[in-house]
Ligand binder design. Structure first.
Ligand code: ATP
Ligand code: MG
Length: 562
C-alpha cells in the first residue's frame, strides 16, 4: 500500500461516482454529505466517513454537506453539535454554507407523511412497541398484519393530525408504512415512521411531540438536499430497499445509497455507547482523554489532521468488515511527525553527570539541527555545561554484552557535543546510582574524534542549570487486548482496560528551547518519541503528552510478511 501511488485504482465508491459523471447520471453534479447524529463525540471511525465524503466531493469537483441527523430529542445536545463541527473543521474539511439540520425538515417530513396516508400507504397503529415486535415475525416466519392496518384514510388522517397535536401519550400510537408483513426483509414489514414522544428537542423545543424514525427520515433528508451519492456503512445495506420504497412512494428526488465497511481498529472500542460508558464511569478523564479514539482525544494526544487523513486514504474503502491494526495508524502518524516535528533533547528519568575536566561556570553553545528531514527548519543552540543530565537507562554499572551505552570506563558521544568517558560512579546508601563523574575530550567538539576513534552510542542530554523542569505523561493503548469487545462470560469490555495506559513522570528535564512553546505544538524528543505540549501546560509547569514512541511496529509487521 502506498498513499502516494497516484496510479492506484479507484475504490468502488469513487468508481461509481466516476461512472456517474461519465454517463451524466446527475447532470454533472456530485453532492455527498456527512450526517452525524449529535449524540456523542466523533471518533476515528467517523474520520473514515468524513474523509470519504468530503474527499470525493473535493476530488470530483463536487460538494459535501455537513448535516446533523438530529431526529432523536432524547440523546442529543448542542454540546455535541459544537464538538462535531470543530472536529470536522480541524480534520481540514469545509462545508462552506452547507450546514444543515434534519430538524429543519420536520415540517416537510410531516407533509410527506400526510401524503403517504392520503395515498393509503401509511396508517396509524395502536399496537404497543412490544406488540409491534411480536407481530413482526422472524427471519424464517412471516409477520402478522396489525389489526389497525385496515383503517380508512380519513380515520388515519384524523388520528395522525391528533397525534401531532399532542392528544395521545407517549408510546400509544405510531404511524407505520403499509408495505408487506410477509416481506423477506424484516425492515419492510410495515416499519414505524413516527412515534409519539413528548420531549423537548435541542433545536425545535416543544414544537413537536412526534418524531420521525431514522429510516423514514434519512432518505428524505438526502432528497431535500439533492444528495447524489448517499454513502453509509454496511449495516444499512438491508435498509436500502426501504430507503428506495419511501422515495419512490412519494415520487421525489432519489439519491443512490452506497454502503461501505466501517472502520474497526485493534486495541480500541468504537461504539459511542461504550465510549460514553468510559467517560461516565470515570475510566478516562473525558471525551478528549488522550487515550480515547475520539478526534478530540487524538488531537490532545498530538495527532495531526494530516496523519489521520493519510491513514484514511491508505486504508481505502471496501465492502468487507475487517479490523485494521492500530500500528498502521501510528505508522501514518510517525511518517507525518517525522517530517514536521522539530527535534529537541529531553531527559525523562534524569541521572546527573559531572564533567570533571570541564571548567566550572563555563557554558558552550552547541549547534543542533532542528529537523534533519526539513532543511528549512534551521539550527539552534543548546547550552553545554559542567553538570548535565542523561537518561538513567543509558547507564549500567555492569553492562551485559549488547549494552553499548555508558558504563564505567566506557566512552560515548553526547549528541551535538563531545565524547565523554565515565570515570566514577556515586551511589546512595541503598546502593542506587545517583551521580556519574566523567571526563570529556575537548578535541571531539561537534561529535567526531579527529583521530578517527569510534564510539558505539550517542546519548541525548540536557544541561542541569539551563534545562527546564517538566511533567511528561506517557500514554499507551487503552486496552490490553487486540479486540477489547471479546470478553469472558460475566465480564464486560472494561475488564480489558490497560492498567498501565498512563504513566506520569514528574521530574523530567527538557532543553531551554522549549520555553514558551504553545499548547499542542509537537516535538520529537531525540531517541524517545514524539511529544506534544499538553493543553493544561503553563509557563509555571511545562507538561507534555507522549503522542507515540519511535518504534514503528507496522514496519516490523510488513517486514515479517515479506
Ligand atoms: P449510532 O449508533 O449512534 O448511529 P454511529 O457511529 O453510526 O452511531 P453517526 O453519528 O450516525 O454515529 O455516524 C455518522 C456517520 O459516520 C454515519 O454515516 C456512519 O455510517 C459513519 N460512521 C460511524 N462509525 C463509523 C466507523 N467505525 N467507520 C466508518 N464510518 C462510520
Ligand atoms: Mg448512525
Amino acid at each position: 500500500m502506498d498513499a502516494n501511488d497516484s496510479t492506484a485504482k479507484l475504490d468502488f465508491v469513487r468508481a461509481i461516482v466516476a461512472e456517474d459523471l461519465k454517463t451524466n447520471k446527475w447532470q454533472g453534479r456530485v453532492n455527498t454529505r456527512f450526517p452525524p447524529e449529535p449524540n456523542g463525540y466523533l471518533h476515528i471511525g467517523h474520520a473514515k466517513s468524513i474523509c470519504l465524503n468530503f474527499g470525493i466531493a473535493k476530488e470530483f469537483g463536487g460538494k459535501c454537506n455537513l448535516r446533523f441527523d438530529d431526529t432523536n430529542p432524547e440523546k442529543e445536545e448542542q454540546e455535541y453539535v459544537n464538538s462535531i463541527s470543530e472536529d470536522v473543521r480541524w480534520l481540514g474539511w469545509d462545508w462552506e454554507d452547507r450546514l444543515f439540520f434534519a430538524s429543519d425538515y420536520f415540517e416537510q417530513m410531516y407533509q410527506w407523511a400526510v401524503e403517504l396516508v392520503k395515498k393509503g400507504k401509511a396508517y396509524v397503529c395502536d399496537l404497543s412497541a412490544e406488540e409491534v415486535t411480536n407481530y413482526r415475525g422472524t427471519l424464517t416466519s412471516p409477520g402478522k398484519n396489525s389489526p389497525y392496518r385496515s383503517r380508512g384514510i380519513e380515520e388515519n388522517l384524523d388520528l395522525f393530525t391528533r397525534m401531532c397535536a399532542g392528544e395521545f401519550p407517549d408510546g400509544t400510537k405510531t404511524l407505520r408504512a403499509k408495505i408487506d408483513m410477509a416481506h423477506p426483509n424484516l425492515n419492510m414489514r410495515d416499519p414505524v415512521m413516527y412515534r409519539i414522544l413528548h420531549a423537548s428537542h435541542h433545536r425545535t423545543g416543544d414544537k413537536w411531540c412526534i418524531y420521525p424514525t431514522y429510516d423514514w427520515a434519512h432518505g428524505l433528508e438526502d432528497s431535500v438536499e439533492k444528495i447524489t451519492h448517499s454513502i453509509c456503512t454496511l449495516e444499512f445495506e438491508n435498509h436500502r430497499p426501504l430507503y428506495d420504497w419511501y422515495l419512490d412512494a412519494l415520487g421525489i428526488y432519489h439519491p443512490q445509497q452506497i454502503e461501505f465497511a466501517r472502520l474497526n481498529l485493534t486495541y480500541t472500542v468504537m461504539s459511542k455507547r461504550k465510549l460514553l460508558q468510559l467517560v461516565q464511569h470515570g475510566l478516562v478523564t473525558g471525551w478528549d482523554d488522550p487515550r480515547m479514539p475520539t478526534i478530540c482525544g487524538l488531537r490532545r494526544r498530538g495527532y495531526s489532521p494530516e496523519a489521520i487523513r493519510s491513514f484514511c486514504q491508505l486504508i481505502g474503502v471496501n465492502k468487507f468488515n475487517s479490523t485494521i491494526d492500530i500500528a498502521l495508524l501510528e505508522h501514518c502518524l510517525r511518517e507525518d511527525l517525522n517530517k514536521t516535528s522539530p527535534r529537541v533533547m529531553a531527559v525523562l528519568r534524569p541521572l546527573k553527570v559531572i564533567i570533571d575536566n570541564f571548567p566550572q561556570g563555563k557554558v558552550e553553545e552547541m549547534d543542533a539541527v532542528n529537523n534533519p528531514e526539513d532543511p528549512a527548519a534551521g539550527m539552534r543552540k543548546v547550552p553545554f555545561s559542567r553538570e548535565l543530565y542523561i537518561e538513567q537507562e543509558d547507564f549500567m554499572e555492569e553492562p551485559p554484552k549488547k549494552f553499548y551505552r555508558l558504563a564505567p570506563g566506557r566512552e560515548v558521544r553526547l549528541r551535538y557535543a563531545y565524547f565523554i568517558t565515565c570515570t566514577d560512579v556515586v551511589k546512595d546508601k541503598a546502593g542506587n546510582v545517583v551521580e556519574l563523574h566523567c571526563t570529556y575530550d575537548p578535541a571531539t567538539r561537534g561529535g567526531d574524534a579527529p583521530d578517527g576513534r569510534k564510539v558505539k552510542s550517542t546519548l541525548h542530554w540536557v544541561s542541569v542549570e539551563h534545562s527546564l523542569g517538566a511533567e511528561v505523561r506517557l500514554y499507551d493503548h487503552l486496552f490490553t487486548t487486540k479486540n477489547p469487545d471479546e470478553v469472558e462470560e460475566n465480564k464486560d469490555f472494561t475488564s480489558n482496560l490497560n492498567p498501565n495506559s498512563l504513566k506520569v513522570l514528574r521530574d523530567c528535564r527538557v532543553e531551554p528551547a522549549l520555553v514558551g512553546a504553545k499548547p499542542l505544538s509537537r516535538f520529537q524528543f531525540e531517541r524517545l518519541g514524539y511529544f506534544c505540549i499538553a493543553p493544561d501546560s503553563s509557563t509555571r509547569k511545562l507538561v507534555f503528552n507522549r503522542t507515540v514512541t519511535l518504534r514503528d511496529e507496522w514496519a516490523k509487521i510488513q517486514k515479517a510478511q515479506k
